[in-house]
Design a protein around this ligand. Structure first.
Ligand SMILES: *Cc1c(COP(=O)(O)O)cnc(C)c1O
Length: 418
């Protein structure tokens, strides 16, 4: 368990400690969450939060930047090494803000962009109508096919018709391998730039368990808090010097003000962790766990979107499989201390706030040390609950099983073997 904290402000202290206990007691299966090390939290909670340093290392608008310059440079160097790229901007506050900067760097307002639609597993910032990306740009979408898989011939067909200036690949709820080489070919055929948003799969890419977009995409963005297991935030990567310059101006002063140095230092700390051999072992285990859990559901006849997962996450069609909505499934699993999120599925008949699916990810619980055996147990418990969600006695028994599991696998304060 993470250390309890003590503040003069007892109101906030209590809530933080309650959240700490909730993290400890719950099985965390939200695919975009993870448990960072206490070193990452220490950097995040450091004095660096005081510092203003608009600009970039050695080109600041403020004095007193000698130490934060070094911190930002170290973060950049580590990011470049992790992803095998020439340039890295480590300032983005979050994935969505980073994406806003990428758009600003790559296309003009009103230009056509092409991304996966939200129901198929895309992200809000890939052109959804109520996000900046759908409001300020002419957003077009491609979808997955009836099997829930990307159809590259169909994407090419749409791209030829739309003629977008930029195509976005990389997703929030897609469990199959993304073929960046094929996307590159499509972009070359229609004269579009390729933007790879690898927020979810960046950890797997670092470990060589998913192909890398480096060498194919013009620009790459990843959040730092999903499989990468760092602080909340994002980075933008490229191999093209001209694009890098435009990205830098788009991040600051385009969409952001002063960089958050406590966050940048925490990113650097997590990048160092990700450069260690333990991180590769972690990614291998996370993939084994996700696959065996998914296979356990498949063996029971449960409908998984796009079949056996190839990454850390998969989506269950709970409507078809159990006759319940994603919203209800999330609530009932919450009652036994299992945290998941509802998610729309391709061609969903429910609105996003209800949804017909749930998304499950293995990144966080793998960080607690769970292996294949425990993920099979989890799949069995979840299946039992979703088959019989009104059986109070069952819920009581499952909650006790979950408590046993969370007690046996406390949150680790460090991910490095010392
Ligand atoms: C999570 C995610 C984002 C956005 O990240 P935030 O930090 O929540 O803004 C962007 N793109 C994809 C594909 C994501 O999964």
């Amino acid at each position: 368990m993470y250390k309890k904290i003590s503040l003069d402000d007892k109101e906030i202290e209590e809530l933080i400690n309650l959240e700490n206990q909730r993290l400890e007691d719950h099985v965390e299966l939200i695919a975009s969450e993870n448990y960072v090390s206490e070193d990452v939290m220490k950097a995040n909670g450091s004095c660096l939060t005081n510092k203003y340093a608009e600009g970039y290392p050695n080109k600041r608008y403020y004095g007193g930047c000698e130490y934060v310059d070094k911190i930002e440079e170290i973060a950049q160097e580590r990011a470049k090494k992790l992803f095998n790229v020439k340039y890295a901007n480590v300032q983005p506050y979050s994935g969505s803000v980073a994406n806003a900067a990428v758009y600003m760097a790559m296309v003009d307002p009103g230009d056509k962009v092409l991304g996966l639609d939200l129901n198929s597993g895309g992200h809000l910032s890939h052109g959804y109508k109520i996000s900046f990306s759908g409001k300020f740009y002419e957003a077009h979408t491609y979808s997955v096919n009836d099997e829930g898989v990307l159809d590259y011939d169909k994407i090419l067909e749409i791209a030829k018709e739309v003629k977008p200036k930029m195509i976005i690949c990389g997703y929030s709820a897609y469990s199959q391998i993304v073929d960046f080489a094929k996307f590159r070919k499509i972009c070359d055929e229609v004269g579009a730039k390729l933007f790879a948003d690898i927020s979810h799969i960046s950890g797997l890419i670092i470990a060589g368990l998913h192909p890398s977009p480096s060498g194919y995409a013009d620009v790459i963005m990843t959040t730092t808090h999903k499989t990468l297991r760092g602080t909340r935030g994002a980075i933008i990567l490229t191999n093209d010097e001209e694009i890098f310059k435009r990205v830098n101006s788009a991040v600051f002063p385009g969409v952001q003000g002063g960089p958050l140095f406590h966050q940048i230092a925490a990113k650097a700390v997590s990048f160092r962790e990700a450069l260690q051999p333990e991180f590769i072992d972690y990614q291998k285990q996370l993939l084994l766990n996700s696959k065996i859990m998914c296979q356990t559901f498949l063996n029971k006849g449960v409908k998984i979107i796009s079949g056996l997962t190839q990454n850390h996450l998969f989506m269950i069609d709970v409507k078809t499989s159990y006759g319940i909505t994603g919203k209800y499934a999330t609530e009932v699993l919450g009652r036994v201390n299992i945290t998941v999120n509802k998610n729309t599925i391709p061609n969903d008949s429910e609105k996003p706030t209800v949804a017909s699916g749930i998304r499950i990810g293995s990144a966080a619980m793998t960080s607690r040390g769970l292996k294949e055996d425990e993920f099979i147990i989890l799949a069995n418990l979840i299946d039992k609950v979703l088959r019989d969600p009104e059986n109070e006695n069952l819920l009581y028994v499952v909650k006790k099983e979950i408590a046993k599991l969370t007690n046996s696998f406390p949150i680790k304060r460090s991910h490095l073997v010392r």
